[in-house]
Design a protein around this ligand. Structure first.
Ligand code: ME8
Length: 538
């Protein structure tokens, strides 16, 4: 077949696959939502085929122990929590194409095959291993990165990783190693040629430093007598494959590895356009994963978006600490879009953000209820003008501000999204909506409409048209962030479904809207962003 029938590569974005040792919290929903916004931006606004992968990481010591603490078979234990993550994804409107579980048969086969290829390349050897292992992080740490710590409550003294604070235990065993040091120069070369591979770029420094100064071969199996819950080493059932090697491969399992045909691996999406991850797992994704891919001469993911953490009273929200906010509860009370909005608007990519329910209420009131919501009801509910008629004429010319901001908004949003910065994109959209509202309050078309001069009437029409355009453009751009509410907004304005893509964001390019598509029903006209229930305690 000729090159002309090669399919275009879909945009491919992934979330981490989450450990199933405990129920999901806000932090997991944050990674999922970032990934979903990136995907929807491509698919909804740019009509580009796009794939979103999320799922669960089910093998390893951590899960084995959690299951055994509950006296459950690990698989049965995983089934229960995996279901909760799946439920979170659907409630939060995460438009995933596949929910992968590392216990899926095709994934296990992919891991075995990956191992086989590494072995064929002579990159696996057997030796004795000793070192400090953290079950919580599922990682070995070098002696230099271990310190003595005391539990503030129990007084217990233990050894812990300096980096993560997690408890470590001394391990001596025979296992298999991946000759990662053989890839040092190629890794450094890759980082050098792709200084913007890690987003934000400030997290690249540690990665390079680590590879330059601390890279060692990687222990990639554990004796099955200790770790039985996992994929067995092909040809040596006495060893179980290290959970991080198993987990990282999920990104190519879902893309069709190892059955992709030469030259056609793009069909499944590989290489990924973006891996979305938290800053806690940068080393695994930015050192181990590229080393494994380089070892097999597979293409690298194009970008790794690393985000900061949600804290609760300034302490990292974590399953093991238990200081978590249950997103299902918040969405149950406020709806999915409200929480998505809060996470995207306040969440930290560069710096940690503190979750606070009062702040959620404040931001909702200011930007959604009092901002976009207020604007839409002022424009669509007034009996003083006929919106459809005004839009069909698109009067303009006398009011300038914020038309400039409005006209440039799509390009600005596009730039932020290209830079993998949905937070700035969302803030720019909200800024324009806020300006439009302020201008409307200043010009007061409802007052001008009662005037007797033709001029006042014309100015009022112009203002109404500009406010409607602000809403239409913001509504289109908000679709990836607020999938339900943005649709509802565009329905209320009467924007046809086929006129909701990026190219429709050009000002005054749509003169066909103005009559609601689905009438929300009497008494429900203001239901786009109703006041939130205030009683929720985080
Ligand atoms: O690390 N704030 O799984 P995990 C923001 N299975 N994001 C947070 C967060 C917080 N407080 N807490 C967790 C693992 N996250 C591995 C991943 S990938 C091949 C294997 C998010 O269940 C963030 O994305 O511990 C973090 O990287 C991820 O959840 C860790 O989830």
């Amino acid at each position: 077949s000729s090159t002309t029938d090669l399919p275009t590569k879909p945009y491919y974005v992934t979330t981490p696959i989450f450990y199933v040792n405990a129920a999901p919290h806000i932090g997991h929903m944050y990674s999922m939502t970032l990934a979903d916004v990136l995907k929807r931006y491509q698919s909804v606004l740019h009509s580009r085929p796009a794939i979103l992968l999320t799922g669960t990481d089910e093998h390893g010591m951590k899960i084995q122990q959690a299951a055994s603490n509950k006296d459950m078979h690990p698989k049965q234990f995983c089934d229960e929590t995996a279901e909760q993550f799946k439920e979170l994804a659907s409630t939060a409107q995460i438009s995933y194409n596949r929910f992968i579980r590392t216990t899926d048969t095709d994934h296990i086969q992919a891991v075995e095959h990956f191992w086989f290829l590494l072995q064929e390349k002579g990159l696996i050897y057997e030796s004795k291993h000793e070192g400090w292992y953290s079950v919580s992080d599922e990682a070995f740490y070098p002696e230099s990165q271990i310190e003595k710590k005391m539990d503030a409550f129990t007084g217990e003294v233990f050894m812990a990783s300096v980096e993560s604070g997690s408890k470590v235990e001394w391990v001596e065993e025979r296992n298999y190693h991946f000759r990662m040091t053989a890839l040092r120069e190629r890794l450094l070369g890759f980082y050098g040629e792709n200084p913007e591979w890690v987003v934000p770029a400030k997290r690249m420094g540690d990665v390079v430093d680590w590879v330059r100064n601390h890279l060692t071969d990687l222990s990639i199996s554990r004796p099955a007598s200790r770790l039985s819950w996992g994929v067995r080493v092909p040809g040596d059932a006495s060893q179980t494959i290290y959970v991080w090697v198993d987990a990282l491969i999920n990104y190519i399992t879902a893309a069709g590895f190892p059955n992709w045909q030469p030259g056609r691996r793009e069909v499944g999406g590989w290489p990924a356009d973006v891996h979305v991850i938290g800053k806690d797992i940068v080393r695994f994704h930015c050192v181990y994963w590229p080393a494994l891919l380089l070892a097999l001469d597979l293409p690298m993911p194009k970008k790794v978006l690393t985000h900061a953490h949600w804290t609760m009273n300034r302490t990292k929200m974590s399953k093991s600490l238990g200081n978590v906010v249950n997103p299902m509860y918040v969405m149950n009370v406020h709806g999915a879009d409200v929480l998505r909005f809060y996470l995207m608007f306040e969440g930290g990519i560069g710096n940690d953000a503190d979750y606070n329910n009062d702040n959620l209420l404040v931001k909702h009131k200011k930007y959604l209820q009092g901002g976009v919501g207020n604007l839409v009801s002022r424009i669509t509910r007034s009996k003083l003008w006929n919106l459809k008629e005004i839009i069909s004429r698109s009067p303009r010319g006398r009011i300038e501000f914020p038309e400039d901001n409005l006209a440039t908004l799509p390009a600005i949003v596009d730039k932020h999204m290209e830079n993998l910065d949905p937070v700035s994109a969302l803030r720019a959209i909200m800024e324009v909506a806020t300006q439009a509202n302020a201008l409307l309050s200043e010009i007061e078309p409802w007052r001008l409409k009662k005037s007797t001069t033709r001029e006042d009437h014309d100015l009022a029409d112009e203002m109404v048209c500009l406010a409607a355009e602000s809403l239409r453009v913001c509504g289109i751009l908000l679709q990836p962030f607020l999938p339900t509410k943005a649709d509802q907004l565009l329905d209320m304005l009467g924007v046809l479904p086929e006129n909701r893509t990026f190219k429709n964001t050009e000002l005054f390019s749509d003169t066909s809207y103005g009559v609601p598509i689905a009438n929300p029903g009497k008494g429900r006209e203001d239901s786009l962003f109703p006041a939130l229930y205030q009683g929720l305690q985080a």
